[in-house]
Design a protein. Structure first.
Length: 101
């Protein structure tokens, strides 16, 4: 988590080496763990900040994020972070420019 939050270089390496897939698999395997969902969502969100990784992360992460939110619908942090992550995954800088016009 710490490395994913710091440098885009590390984010690319994590994704290239299967880290995002491992995170989504872990979220699915430990669906009953609210803490696992929180950490997984935040890490995927962080990994998706470089525009070049957003599509790849989105394809891997959308369903696990939605399932985590559904499993912990009363968990404020999971839902809040899940919504923010989904928003980030579905937003591109070109869309932001268009919305400002």
């Amino acid at each position: 988590w710490y490395l994913a939050a710091r440098e885009d270089n590390f984010k690319h390496k994590i994704v290239q080496n299967g880290g995002a897939k491992l995170i989504t698999n872990s979220m699915s395997r430990f669906i009953s763990s609210e803490k696992m969902q929180e950490k997984g969502i935040i890490t995927l969100w962080s990994l998706s900040t470089p525009l070049q990784l957003r599509s790849e992360i989105g394809h891997l992460a959308v369903i696990p994020i939605l399932r985590g939110m559904q499993a912990h619908v009363t968990g404020h942090k999971v839902v809040e972070d899940g919504l923010s992550a989904l928003k980030a995954l579905s937003t591109h800088s070109s869309s932001k420019k268009f919305c400002r016009k």
